[in-house]
Write a protein that binds this ligand. Structure first.
Ligand code: SIN
Length: 521
């Protein structure tokens, strides 16, 4: 494999965490590895809700931290919740300075949305449901003007090189349909900021590229993975046959939209005192139960929003239009879909992973903020806070920056790309076995299927990254013999008195998987 040394910090990913970290590292030379054109294909750009922050003078970071702890079902790290919520306001002001056109009131204050399990309206937004897209637009524009940032577009990271126990660089290949042979980019520091795992599921709100590859890459290199079993399902993905499923933001329920079934019954008030604004895991399970019972759950925005939905929530209105639904006149059919991975590469408060030379931020990381159930709109916030922390920590670790020439990739021959039929099989296996409701039998079947899929194309690193993350999710779910937050075991419905986070290496998950594949049950 060809070796390309650089003095640049390598950032894998092109979402919010990656862009913000690149800006915070400037003027230190950085190389961003982006599988698509910068800003496209990242989950951040699809985030509709916004960023949670105590911006109202009557709100406090303490209240925000308390809501985060409560939603997280006993596994949020209180120190992390405190530090993230305390820094939130500064990042909103920074994003505003960098050009994000947050919705403002006539008096200049931020328009704030209410979302599930928040005790206060504290989600800053842009034109209703455009927060992710507009924040990304502002940051991409900044990065394009920052001379220290080189972006390699159309390039996919496929592996980490570890030498003498330290991450020495990133293996990359061309990301087009032909793929390519990999090359090694040797770097003084590597920051992974390439998103979560939602696309490992057949029904997901995540962009097609987001299939656990970054977590899998770190896991294959030997990094510790935390809370892998905690996958959040969003209750109101629009059930219109599109893959990925478009999102109907929770802010609609914050505006008063109701969940009903085909019998016209509103089912949430009987299940939780906060009804439609109950914690996301509770609402997702209710939607799943309605779907399984053939009761076709739907979101009814007509009374709460009427025709306002068309102008105030353009992304939702656009998705409805594509599906032939007029939400001002009709209900929106919904389903629970994989949306956010609370688990990921275990990091400390500076974003450092267990492998020296490796930092991780955003959804690929597990900081301890989200516990078993992420509070709405804390995802973008965590990415901002930890992108900056990673940048500061990398600066401190590397010392004064030297100039660095741009990295040029040589011409590369074609290489392996994941077989689409195997990817589809993997996604089905995860939805069936490691989805909203889990039990030992389904998880065992799922792990055996992952092993078979992996064995069918063992020379394809991009597929191995996916199966590694899938294995970690299913193995951690099998090992957690309780129900907690988004992790619901029908064979272990109780919640243990003491919440604990899980930590797992891929070698341990594979040992469990191997023991199941050799059993004869
Ligand atoms: C939503 O807008 O409902 C999603 C927000 C989030 O996932 O944080």
């Amino acid at each position: 494999m060809e070796d390309i040394p650089t003095a640049r910090v390598v950032i894998v990913g092109a979402g919010l965490g990656a862009l913000y970290a690149a800006l915070k590292l400037a003027p230190r030379p950085v190389l961003m590895i982006s599988p698509e054109v910068l800003g496209q294909g990242a989950s951040s750009a699809w985030a509709q809700g916004g960023v949670a922050a105590a911006m109202d003078p009557a709100d406090t970071a303490e209240a925000h931290a308390r809501d985060t702890l409560l939603a997280g079902a006993g596994t949020v790290d209180p120190a992390v919740a405190r530090l993230v919520t305390e820094e939130a306001r500064a990042h909103i002001l920074d994003l505003t300075r960098l050009g994000t056109p947050f919705d403002r009131r006539p008096d200049g204050g931020y328009v704030l949305s209410r979302e599930a399990a928040h005790s206060f309206a504290r989600v800053v937004r842009v034109r209703g449901d455009q927060a992710g897209a507009e924040i990304m637009r502002a940051l991409v524009a900044q990065v394009r003007e920052t001379a220290s940032v080189q972006v390699l577009e159309g390039v996919l990271a496929t592996g980490l090189r570890v030498e003498s126990g330290r991450v020495a660089g990133v293996e990359v290949a061309l990301s087009g349909p032909q793929g390519s042979a990999p090359v090694l980019i040797r770097a003084p520091a590597v920051l992974l900021a390439g998103g979560g795992s939602g696309g490992l599921y057949a029904l997901t709100t995540n962009p097609p590229r987001i299939r656990g590859q970054v977590i899998g890459m770190a896991a294959r290199a030997g990094a510790v993975i935390a809370d892998a079993e905690f996958v959040q399902f969003h209750p109101t993905a629009i059930d219109c046959g599109e893959d990925p499923a478009p999102l109907a933001t929770e802010a609609l329920r914050g505006e008063g939209a109701q969940l009903v079934n085909r019998l016209g019954e509103r089912f949430m008030p009987a299940l939780h005192p906060d009804a439609e604004l109950a914690p996301r895991d509770v609402v997702a399970r209710a939607i799943y139960a309605q779907s399984q019972a053939g009761l076709r759950p739907a979101l009814d925005t007509r009374q709460a929003l009427g025709a306002r939905i068309l102008t105030e929530f353009p992304a939702v209105a656009g998705a409805c239009a594509r599906a032939g639904i007029d939400p001002a006149r009709a209900q929106i059919p919904v389903a629970a879909a994989a949306h956010y991975h609370m688990g990921g590469v275990a990091v400390d408060s500076d974003g450092r992973a267990s492998l020296p030379g490796l930092w991780v931020c955003g959804e690929a990381s597990s900081t301890g903020l989200h516990g078993a159930n992420r509070l709405a709109s804390n995802g973008l916030l965590e990415a901002l806070v930890y992108a900056r922390r990673c940048a500061l920590s990398i600066e401190a670790a590397l010392g004064p920056a030297a100039d660095a020439a741009p990295v040029l990739l040589p011409d590369l021959p074609p290489g392996p790309v994941p077989d689409p039929a195997l990817v589809a099989r993997l996604r089905r296996a995860m939805t069936e076995g490691a989805g909203v409701l889990r039990d030992a039998q389904g998880l065992t079947r799922c792990l055996r299927e992952i092993a078979a899929i992996e064995a069918a194309q063992p020379d394809c690193p991009a597929l191995l990254n996916m199966t590694a993350t899938a294995t970690l999710i299913a193995a951690a779910a099998l090992m957690r013999r309780e129900s907690r937050g988004a992790h619901c075991r029908t064979d272990f419905p109780q919640t243990a008195p003491q919440g604990r986070r899980s930590r797992l290496r891929l070698s341990e998950a594979l040992a469990l998987r191997d023991s199941l594949t050799t059993e004869t049950t």
